[in-house]
Design a protein around this ligand. Structure first.
Ligand code: S3P
Length: 427
């Protein structure tokens, strides 16, 4: 579906954002792999999390969904199953690790985007653990075929910074003999470690190293906080619109995810954090941002990438509204997300009138302080490209048309409401 986004005249809002996608996946999956039952409040009801729920049901779990409350009535028995993970890389990779040490036979497949995403990165460590896992699509691509096997712990140095790969190995480690260690050069999001600890796993984190031993999990009621990756869009709207303000309550502020706050502060944005508290083992708080003139260009480097990997499309949009050269480097991982995001950001921002250049490991944006707009945006079905470009359109002089606009349902089903009454018209 095409959607026309008009320029906004102002932005002054107190809002909440959808629940954290990463945490929602884990809350459902891990509680379904635990003894007992659990109630998960404020779970994200988006396409990706529904894929995880469907997969866990196919594995024998009894799950009730009532609004945003997900109740695991009966855990999974991990019967043999054919699983469809839709567009969700997190479901695909985490479930591979979870199933590798079970006793059934499983096939895991997803949509056209999932079939292009690299699974060799989970096949390699899981095979080292003794898993019987093959790539039916050839070349490390989905569908994945897993026959449950006896696993042994490994000591794995991560070749890429990826919480999905780390999580797959740790989940396999729950069913493996001996100790499983995962060592990261740059720490990726640690929601898996925190939640497994909360569910009683024998897991220890020490800096960038995590070790886990064979464990039984005990389910636990939990509440999911707001997603900082979704908060990125209103934050960029407020930072890019003269006179704008936004207050976003109840956002997850796990330090492995708050790179966007550091970048915003670093470029001179007026960002405040308040009301910090703990929710189900995760730090949560409120973020407010008031527009400030003359922000400085951003320089985002490799060691910062894991803490803001999903926010780069939104930050690239903001860079267009800041005069001067913004550089994003060490970001090769963007090429293997829901789309090749380096390409799709540069293509679409260029179409909107920006001076954006693709680099092998990132991109450069020579910000002019404004965007002309007027483009027809190719989202490639990538939710974060659709939302970033809708924000670009709302801040631009003449708006834009977003193709495949409905793909936002992967993480932020009500996204277009953010752009205000009349700002998003279906055409
Ligand atoms: C996620 C980890 C990140 C992120 C993705 C969600 C997770 O992927 O981009 O949207 O929930 O673990 P990688 O771990 O592959 O970088």
């Amino acid at each position: 579906m095409q959607k026309r986004i008009e320029p906004i005249s102002g932005f002054d809002r107190k809002i909440t954002v959808p629940a954290d996608k990463s945490i929602s996946h884990r809350a459902v999956m891990f509680n379904c792999a635990a003894d007992g039952g659990a109630k998960i409040e404020n779970a994200l009801m988006s396409d990706d999390v529904l894929s995880t729920i469907d997969c866990m049901r196919a594995l024998g779990a009894e799950i009730e969904v009532n609004g945003s409350t997900v109740t695991v009535v009966k855990p999974a028995d991990f019967r043999s199953a054919e699983l469809y993970t839709g567009n969700s890389g997190t479901t695909t990779r985490l479930i591979s690790g979870l199933l590798a040490g079970k006793s059934g036979e499983y096939k895991i497949d997803g949509d056209a985007s999932i079939r292009k995403r690299p699974m060799g990165r989970v096949i390699t460590p899981l095979s080292l653990m003794g898993a019987d896992i093959t790539a039916g699509g050839g070349n490390g691509l989905c569908p994945l075929n897993i026959k449950g096997a006896n696993l042994k712990g490994i000591d794995y140095v991560m070749p890429v910074a990826s919480a999905q790969v780390k999580s797959a190995v740790l989940l396999a480690g729950l069913n493996a003999c001996g100790e499983t260690a995962v060592r990261e050069k740059i720490k990726s999001r640690d929601h898996t470690e925190r939640m497994l600890f909360g569910l009683g796993a024998d897991i220890k984190a020490d800096g960038n190293d995590v070790t886990v031993k064979k464990s039984r999990l005990r389910s636990r009621d939990m509440r999911v906080c707001g997603d900082i990756s979704s908060a990125a869009f209103p934050l960029v709207l407020a930072a890019g619109k003269k006179g704008a303000r936004v207050f976003i309550s109840g956002v997850g502020l796990n330090p492995t995810r708050t790179g966007i706050i550091d970048v915003l502060r670093g470029i001179g944005a007026d960002v405040e954090i308040s009301g910090l508290h703990d929710e189900s083992g995760e730090p949560v708080g409120d973020i407010s941002l008031c527009y400030r003139d003359s922000l400085s260009p951003m320089n985002i480097t490799r060691e910062m990438i894991p803490s803001l990997v999903d926010e780069i499309p939104a930050l690239a949009v903001l860079a267009c509204f800041i005069r001067g050269e913004s550089v994003i480097s060490g970001a090769e991982e963007l090429k293997v997300k829901e789309s090749n995001r380096i390409k799709t950001i540069v293509e679409n921002l260029t179409a909107m009138g920006a001076d954006a250049e693709e680099k092998p490991d990132g991109l450069i944006i020579r910000g002019k302080g404004f965007l002309k707009g007027g483009a027809s945006i190719n989202t490639y079905g990538d939710h974060r490209i659709a939302m970033s470009m809708a924000v670009a359109a709302a801040l631009s002089e003449s708006g834009a048309v977003i193709n495949d606009s409905e793909c936002v349902s992967v993480s932020y089903p009500d996204f277009y409401d953010l752009l205000g009454g009349g700002a998003g018209t279906h055409i």
